[in-house]
Design a protein around this ligand. Structure first.
Ligand SMILES: Cc1ncc(COP(=O)(O)O)c(C=O)c1O
Length: 397
């Protein structure tokens, strides 16, 4: 028998990835994939960018690049992050292969097997899987509509997560909960963390995707507040604002941390794709990001409204959700006794799929929730899909 390492034992296949194969069936309406629709990608802009490159730059794109990233992209990204108020002059950047790699690198830097990582519950499955692959002990803390519940966080940090190494939060248009942290909750959080020996990962791939200007101020990262009360590793990504196939993310952190992050990345992939870094740099430099993201905000807001209206019309009153102010997801909570897997089976047989709650519970237990992504589904299919799920739910209530 082949003997795998201990860290392989802790790996589980993501149910989202498994669902993808069903989602490919043409007759299925899917709310499962947390990704943009292919029709939304800025193909023309990228064509124009590539065709406008000189030969020398094209060739650089085919070559290995420096581990911290393609220098022009680091510069243009710095400008972009500076415009969001982030401390790019006292911190450094490393370009990563998606922000998931940044999360992996941070975990590698700080977590020994058996160390504790605090996450939200629910939590982005990629984060949970990364922590588990480094054999972390995960303590998860529930969310409410304003963010992590402070009394529960205190209980954890004074109890079973006393010596936790990392606190992983995704405060802006959470995957899967769809919420954004209130200003007050962020203040309470920073006040409580002041002086604690823990590293905060502030994971922010969706912050740009707010649906109206009044929500924009909520997206101001905690990393903008200087001096930091605890070291903050701020992670971001081009996946939701350009395309996940670029496989480009970043980590903004203190020079000491970035130094070690470079060493960790060297043994992972040496450098992220130079080819896509060249394109992303031009996308930023030519000011195309802002106009593209503006288009995305309008599109996603419209999709969310269609989904929310359909849910209000069709869902039984037992189903509760917070109307998102941005991002990709609506998170439906059902009475405790409901098993989302049963609803999914019923719904799949009728022609619509979503992701079940326990996928996002680091313990893999709590299953009375459904994640519906509106980012990927064509507008004219949303209402029909929601109706199917509502009927499946009513049949199981
Ligand atoms: C909260 C969160 N963080 C990180 C990521 C990783 O994104 P990527 O590795 O594509 O940058 C995702 C992707 O869905 C996400 O939802």
């Amino acid at each position: 028998m082949i003997k795998f390492s201990q860290c392989v034992d802790s790996m589980r296949t993501s149910e989202i990835r498994d669902l993808m194969s069903v989602a490919m069936r043409p007759d299925i309406i899917t709310f499962a994939g947390g990704m943009p629709n292919n029709d939304l990608f800025p193909v023309e802009e990228i064509d124009e960018i590539y065709n406008g490159l000189d030969d020398k730059t094209k060739k650089i794109g085919f070559q290995y690049g420096p581990t911290p990233g393609y220098p022009p992209l680091i510069e243009s990204l710095k400008e972009y992050l500076r415009s969001k108020g982030l401390p790019v002059d006292t911190n450094e950047i490393i370009i990563t292969s998606g922000s998931l790699q940044a999360i992996n690198i941070i975990t590698k830097l700080f977590v020994n097997p058996g160390d504790t990582v605090i996450t939200e519950n629910p939590c982005f499955i990629g984060g949970t899987s990364a922590f588990k692959s480094y054999q972390a002990n995960i303590v998860s803390v529930p969310l409410d509509s304003n963010g992590i519940i402070m009394s529960e966080l205190k209980k954890a940090m004074e109890g079973e997560a006393k010596n936790a190494k990392l606190l992983y939060l995704s405060p802006y248009f959470h995957n899967p909960a769809g919420i954004i942290y209130s200003k007050k909750r962020k203040e309470e959080l920073l006040k409580y963390l002041d002086g604690k020996e823990i590293i905060l990962i502030e994971d922010d791939p969706y912050g740009e995707l707010y649906f109206d200007e009044s929500s924009k101020e909520l997206t101001v990262p905690m990393k903008t507040i200087q001096p930091e009360v605890v070291p903050i590793c701020y992670t971001g990504s081009f996946s939701k604002i350009l395309g996940p196939g670029m496989r480009l993310g970043w980590l903004l952190a203190s020079p000491e941390i970035i130094n070690k992050a470079q060493l960790a990345k060297q043994s992972m992939d040496a450098c992220s794709s130079t080819f896509t870094q060249v394109l992303a740099d031009q996308f930023l430099r030519k000011g195309k990001l802002n106009s593209y993201v503006e288009r995305l905000r309008i599109t996603y807001a419209r999709r969310m409204n269609i989904m929310n209206d359909s849910l209000q019309k069709n869902m039984p009153q037992e189903a509760k959700w917070v109307v998102p102010k941005g991002g990709f997801y609506i998170w439906i909570s059902l009475p405790e006794h409901i098993d989302a897997t049963e609803i999914l089976k019923e719904s799949m047989s009728r022609g619509a799929i979503f992701v079940i709650g326990k996928t996002f519970d680091p313990m893999g237990v709590k299953n009375n929730c459904l994640r519906l992504a509106f980012s990927h589904t064509p507008e004219d299919e949303i209402e029909r899909g929601v109706k199917i799920i509502a009927e499946a739910l009513k049949a199981r209530l």
